[in-house]
Design a binder for this molecule. Structure first.
Ligand SMILES: [Fe+2]
Length: 186
């Protein structure tokens, strides 16, 4: 099929979005399998299912415009600490601390997705691109916004719960050790 220039750009934009969703599925599957918090895990699973629907929506739109859906993954924006701190963060963190850390990365990623979709939608509007393509990007944007908002609102509460739990467990462990010492010396 011959494509005009606008269709080529539209298809490139849709495939770019799809490449980030491909990476999103990969990241969410990994996060869900490693998450130690049932509430977080449930939300990640829910967004994983949504992300798969987003992929399907993008693939369908790409095909309807005569394009080939991309299978490659784009790179999601996760901040990269300097080497000297990275080793400390990775080896020195408890599972609870890692969960808090990664939930911040989840928020960064979902916020970035909303920014990319907004830019993409505006670009397609300026190109007077296919209406259905724009509609589908808007659907994806709504879901990204909803999850980003949920994370932004709930991350602090979950972080507090995880850190309180960690502190309580530490105190309990200390008490146990104290009573063992007391019973062996007393
Ligand atoms: Fe997302």
């Amino acid at each position: 099929m011959m494509h005009d220039k606008n269709t080529i750009i539209t298809l490139a934009g849709l495939n770019l979005a799809l490449s980030y969703e491909n990476a999103g599925v990969d990241r969410l599957e990994k996060r869900s399998s490693e998450s130690i918090d049932p509430e977080v895990k449930e939300r990640l699973d829910r967004h994983l299912a949504q992300t798969k629907e987003q992929q399907a929506r993008l693939r369908e739109t790409i095909k309807s415009l005569g394009g080939e859906p991309i299978t490659e993954m784009g790179r999601l924006p996760i901040p990269e600490p300097p080497q000297s701190l990275k080793a400390m963060i990775e080896s020195g963190s408890t599972p609870n601390e890692s969960e808090v850390w990664e939930s911040l990365n989840d928020l960064i990623i979902e916020k970035a997705e909303t920014i990319m979709y907004k830019g993409g939608i505006q670009a397609l509007e300026l190109l007077e691109a296919d209406k259905k393509a724009i509609k589908n990007l808007e659907k994806n944007l709504k879901e990204e916004e909803a999850f980003a908002n949920w994370l932004e609102k709930n991350n602090p509460r979950i972080a507090k719960r995880l850190m309180t739990k960690q502190l309580e467990e530490k105190k309990k462990k200390q008490k146990r050790e104290e009573s063992v010492t007391a019973s062996t010396t007393g």
